[in-house]
Structures are given as C-alpha cells and as structure tokens.
Design a protein around this ligand. Structure first.
Ligand code: GLN
Length: 492
C-alpha cells in the first residue's frame, strides 16, 4: 500500500524494488487521487491517462525480466506545461498555443524517460511562465492545497500544488526569476533552481533565455538530488549548456552517508535579505529561528553583504522582458498555434497575437520591445546588463567568505487570490529569488515551518556558487533532517 503522505521517489523506488507495488498500481492510484482531489486544486491542465498507463505496463514488464532502466523505472513525474513531451500537448497555459502537440521530447524529459520515469500530465502555470501566482494562466486558477483561497505561487504553481497534494511524487518546473523556489515555498515542498547551463533548455519554451532553467520540485531534498542528477549535463542541442562530462554528476549518493552536523560549514547571512522592506514578521522570525538551528548544528554564521540586491527586480524586468519580446516574436499565428484571420498578413499577426496572448504577456512584450528600441537601448537594456554584472560580483565576493548563503524565499506566505492585482506588487514578491537567476548561481527552497496564524508553509533558500549543487544538497539535506525534522502536508 502507498502511504501518500510519505510518497517520496526514494520511498517508491524501494516499494517497487521489493515488489510491494507495481508501476501500474501506482499510476492507477495517482489517477484516482487526481479524480478525487484535483477538481478543487486544479493543478493539472490535462493528463494522457492511456499513455501513462501504457508506460507503466512496459515498466512492469521490464522489472519482471530484471531489465529495468534504473531503480526509478516506473515512477511518474508531473511536467510543467512549458516543457515538451513528444506527442503531448504543450501550451504554456496560453491560448496562442491551443492546440499544439510537441513533435519531440525536451532533453530533460528524454533523460527522465531513459531512466524509466513516466511523464504524468501537464501542469498549470502562469502564461509563458510570467507571474508569481498562477493567476495568469489562460485556462484555470490553481489553488494552494494548504488553503484553497490562496494562490500556490508561480509560475510553476501547478507543479508545486500537485506535489504538495501528493497527486504525483515529483514534478519538473522552470525558474526564470523564482518560478520553482517561490511556489515550492508557498506549498511546503522542495524546489531547486540549478546553475545556469547545468540543465539543457532544449524543449523548454523560451521565456528569457539567459535566465531560464528547468529544475526539480519534490517532497524532500534527496528526491530533488535524484531528479537533478538525471536531467543535468551537457547537451549539444543547447548552446548555453555547460561543458560538463555527462554521467559524472552524482548528488544522491550524499544521502547514504549524510553527516549529522554542519561543522565547518560557513553560512552567509546577507543583511539585505533579512532587513528588506515588506518582510512579514512571521517569515523573519522563521528565518531567525532557522539561523539559530544552523548554529546549533555547528555551522559558522558569517554576516555578508549583497549590496546590489536592491536593483535586482528592476534589472530583471528589463532583461527578462527584452528577451521575452524577442522569443515570443515566433508566435505569429502562421507557423503553429492559434490563427485569427485578418484582412491581410499584418492584420492576421495583430489579431492572432492580440487575442492569443493574455494581458500580462502583452505588457511584457511591449515593455521589452521598448527597452530594446533605438534611443532607449543604452539607457535601459545596456545599463541593466552592467548592473547585472555588479550583482554577479556581489555573489562572487560573498563566495570568498562563505560556502552557502541562507535567506528567506518570499517576503510573506502565500497570498489570497486577487490580493496582488497591480503588477508592481506582484513583481515585488520575487525580491529574494531573482538575483541568483541574474548571477547564474544555484538555489534551493526548503520548507522550514508553518505560520502559526495562517497555517501556511514558510520556505528558506540556500544559495551556492555555480556548479556547487552537491554542497547545496548536502547542507540542505542535513538541515532538513536535523534542523527542521518534519514534512509539511496539507490536511486532506
Ligand atoms: N515571477 C517572475 C516573473 O513573473 C518569475 C517567473 C519565472 O521564474 N518564470 O517573471
């Protein structure tokens, strides 16, 4: 029997190995759970049930003949709707891509399939990953499983909600400015934004190409390590993929010999993140309590500064919108997706894009086109690139003083639907996550407590220098086990 509250990938691996469950039973029970619970949560846009069950059957056959592809063969994983799975719909929760079927697998998905993981459903998101609440989806509003009146975060809100509600053991998300870590924090799960270039972007519908990364969203740190080592590595299909020898990445072996302390680990505490305007008292208290626990575990706390953090949101909304305006130019109603016929070609472009894109996406295309236009390029785009370098240097300097940095993920817990109706207040909810997309560092969001007033989860973020994911998993793994010591599940 599956205990859904404990449904980790490493737990399912052992159940499958010992013959206590089959992959078909697992997929069938998840589908039944989705039927029972997802009417209210609305995390999945669609699930190709037949395909998932067919893959589960194949997996069980492999296991019966001891030819499983890996210990994880037969485990389902949810996929954010901007990551391509061959022969399945890919819509980025946008009307303009209704209906488009992907002719190929993204590299991340093909690597998961090569280990026997089963892509399970398309998960809701903010349209083209632009947003922090999933309210920008053109299909449905996903609810936070901890409180159905609150948002799950975004843009990977469907991924976070489905994992938190135990509808699927893990999911892929994408993170351009916080879209994995923020919803993970809002829904009480673990999420990782890998080092830029560690995971191939091939088959990820581009939002802002110099920032986007695919990453895992899971119930615990070990599961994130398992997924990340599966999907990471060099890929000739992505020119920004880092030259890492494939099959050399090993993160999950840490967990068989995890230390019980953090002796000798230097943890940097950036004052800009602990004294930020708008930091809710409950989140600040949880952060300070967590720092005390880090100390108790033997970590050395180092006060550091990241002085250019205050420009991160402004820089991000110039660079990300500039890149988005170029990337989204390809959606013109001609080559694929939804076409609205106009009186001539240009009119068809206008009609298709005007009706196909939602309000937030249109806002960003306009903003991005503006900052790139002649006369404004130097004042905005070029300036933003220079400040981006300063932000990166902040992190490089910090790395001389500490092994990892520790911060809150979000200024407050998950908010209610409609609470952030003006775009700026929504943009400001990402102040703690955006800087490391600009710098390229890796970051992990880990649930540490429930807010006593609202009952909502609170997440903290560990940040490490580029390609130090192993360190990130080790420190977060020790802290999860000996500092937090609890998992957070919504009431059923
Ligand atoms: N919330 C941020 C935005 O709206 C980040 C989104 C993301 O990481 N995809 O752009």
């Amino acid at each position: 029997m599956i205990d859904f509250t404990q449904m980790t990938i490493h737990g399912l691996r052992d159940l499958l190995k010992n013959g206590e469950i089959t992959s078909v039973e697992l997929v069938e029970s998840l589908l039944a759970r989705v039927d029972a619970l997802d009417d209210k949560i609305k995390s999945f846009i669609r699930i190709d049930r037949e395909a998932a069950l067919a893959m589960a059957k194949e997996s069980d056959c492999r296991r019966a003949t001891n030819s499983e592809l890996s210990p994880y063969d037969g485990i389902p994983i949810g996929i954010k709707d901007c990551i391509c799975v061959k022969d399945d719909y890919v819509s980025c929760a946008s009307q303009i891509l209704e209906p488009v079927v992907s002719p190929y697998d993204s590299t991340a998905v093909s690597r998961l399939k090569a280990k026997g993981f089963i892509p399970f459903g398309r998960l809701n998101m903010d349209e083209f990953a632009m947003g922090s609440s999933c309210e920008n989806s053109s299909f449905q509003k996903t609810a936070n499983p901890f409180d159905l009146e609150r948002v799950p975060g975004g843009s990977s809100g469907g991924s976070a909600a489905s994992v938190a509600a135990r509808l699927v053991p893990a999911a892929l998300g994408s993170d351009t400015g916080g879209s994995i870590r923020q919803p993970a924090a809002f829904c009480g799960i673990v999420g990782v934004k890998p080092t830029y270039g560690l995971v191939s972007r091939y088959g990820l519908v581009a939002f802002a190409s110099s920032l986007d990364q695919i990453g895992p969203m899971t119930l615990d740190v070990e599961d994130s390590a398992i997924i990340l080592e599966t999907i990471a590595g060099n890929d000739k299909m992505d020119s920004t993929s880092l030259p890492i020898e494939n099959n050399t990445l090993d993160y999950s072996s840490i967990f068989s010999k995890l230390p019980d302390n953090l002796n000798g680990v230097k943890v940097g505490i950036p004052k800009e993140y602990f004294e930020a305007d708008g930091l809710a008292p409950a989140v600040k208290q949880a952060a300070l309590d967590a720092v005390e626990k880090l100390k108790k575990l033997g970590a050395e706390i180092v006060n550091i500064e990241l002085p250019h953090t205050k420009y991160a949101v402004a820089v991000y909304y110039i660079i990300a919108t500039a890149e988005a305006s170029a990337n989204l130019a390809r959606f013109d109603g001609i080559r694929y997706g939804r076409r609205v016929e106009g009186k001539d070609l240009v009119d068809t472009y206008f009609a298709s894009r005007g009706q196909g894109f939602g309000e937030e996406v249109q806002r960003r295309i306009l903003l991005g086109t503006y900052v790139l236009s002649s006369g404004y390029y130097d004042a905005y785009y070029l300036k933003a690139q220079k400040v981006r370098t300063l932000i990166r240097r902040d992190f490089e300097k910090a790395a001389e003083l500490c092994d990892v940095i520790f911060t809150p993920v979000t200024p407050d817990v998950a908010f209610k639907f409609g609470a952030k109706s003006d775009p700026l207040s929504m943009y400001l909810s990402d102040i703690f996550t955006i800087a490391l997309n600009l710098s390229g560092n890796c970051g992990l969001s880990l649930p540490v407590a429930l807010d006593s007033e609202s009952g909502m989860p609170i997440g903290m973020q560990f940040i490490a220098p580029a390609l130090q994911e192993r360190k990130l998993f080790e420190v977060a793994g020790v802290f999860e086990k000996y500092g937090v010591g609890a998992k957070f599940a919504p009431a059923e």
